[in-house]
Design a protein around this ligand. Structure first.
Ligand code: NAD
Length: 341
């Protein structure tokens, strides 16, 4: 493992998209590690942020605007850009224009980071950048980093990620700014979207089990035949992995998978959620729902070789924590309290 020295504890760390799930957790992660100057930014008004860490400077700015990006990055030693208009399959298949427009955020943020003299820049890419032709079988072979090219990314969202990755590569090769690129594979956990249309499969299925229990209706809607496969990474593995990737010189300007390699079908995911909830539900398979690729898994050969580490929280363990957090959110909402989604 070739770790370089990370920032000093009083260096300014800028985090874009921090009103959302992963970047909100990242701000807390760095705060808990003892960093004293963290600037968190999101376009959502502050009361709508999923989590706000006391002691972290929180700004409401639209990062698709160049001037706002300059304001955000001023004085930054490190910039982590996780801001994007995104959601689960239901969102990214329906709102491709919105997904593509995230290119404005990435174009302006990387330039602003460069102009501000930031030492390192992190970009959150996605497994959706991989060639979709390789993901037509639920028993898919795990995707390795070279599988993005020849390119045939997920329409909209995936192509935007691929192009933004290229910006990161060229800002290093042409301009010498150290950039890091992680291709996240489905991230889940507490403090994530669990309702409203942008939620992803683990949160959606937990919520549906909770709703079914609450209403006494023992039916659950599952998108597709449930044989489609995915791997899911717990949020704590994601924040730790971002830190490790960002501070590894061997990985400068090199896209790398950040995901779990525990492949499960959506039916197995539903089994787990039912088991946690202590119910067995009747499944109604919605075959015309947006599904994305048939199968997708993360090949972790490269991350294990370079970092000597991979995301390893078992899905069952992470799902249990997520389920109980969503259950509390659900009950809070019923009681008229403010919740994340
Ligand atoms: P999220 O939707 O919870 O957070 C993204 C945040 O970006 C939101 O709070 C949103 O308001 C903010 N944002 C959008 N446009 C903005 C703008 N113009 N200016 C400022 N803020 C803006 O999503 P997340 O799950 O936390 O994802 C974070 C990053 O990780 C994204 O880049 C996403 O594409 C990537 N990613 C996530 C997953 C996953 O499973 N969650 C998988 C692959 C990649």
């Amino acid at each position: 493992m070739t770790d370089s020295t990370g920032p000093a504890k009083d260096d300014l760390i800028v985090i874009g998209g921090a009103g959302g799930f992963i970047a909100g957790a990242l701000a807390k992660y760095f705060h808990d590690k003892g960093f004293t100057r963290i600037r968190a930014i999101d376009k959502k008004p502050l009361p709508e942020w999923y989590q706000r860490t006391p002691g972290v400077e929180s700004l409401c700015l639209d990062l698709s605007d160049r001037d706002n990006c300059e304001q955000a990055c001023e004085g930054a030693a490190e910039v982590y850009n996780l801001a994007a208009d995104m959601g689960g399959m239901g969102f990214i298949e329906r709102f491709r224009v919105e997904c593509l427009r995230s290119i404005l955020i990435n174009t302006h943020m990387i330039e602003a980071a460069y102009r501000a003299g930031a030492q390192r820049y992190f970009f959150s890419s996605s497994a959706c950048a991989y060639n979709t032709e390789l993901q037509k079988d639920p028993q898919v072979r795990a995707l390795k980093e070279t599988d993005a090219y020849p390119a045939m990314a997920e329409r909209g969202y995936g192509w935007e990620k691929l192009l933004s990755e290229m910006f990161c590569e060229e800002y290093w090769h042409e301009r010498g700014m150290k950039t890091a690129i992680a291709r996240f594979h489905n991230v889940y956990g507490p403090q994530g979207t669990w309702d409203g249309g942008r939620e992803k499969a683990p949160a959606a299925i937990c919520r549906k089990v909770i709703e079914a229990k609450d209403s006494g209706d023992d039916n659950i809607e599952i998108w597709g035949d449930g044989h489609q496969t995915r791997s899911f990474m717990y949020i704590d593995d994601c924040t730790l992995g971002i830190d490790k990737i960002m501070h590894c010189d061997e990985l400068i300007a090199t896209p790398i998978n950040l995901g779990s390699s525990e492949l499960v079908s959506i039916n197995t995911l539903a089994d787990m959620a039912e088991e946690i909830g202590g119910v067995k539900l009747q499944r109604n398979h919605k075959l015309d729902a947006p599904l994305g690729v048939a199968g997708r898994n993360s090949d972790n050969t490269m991350i294990k070789r370079i970092l000597g580490w991979e995301p390893d929280t078992p899905l069952r363990t992470g799902l249990e924590k997520t389920y109980h957090w969503i259950e509390t959110q659900y009950n809070d909402r019923k009681a008229g309290k403010r919740t994340v989604s």
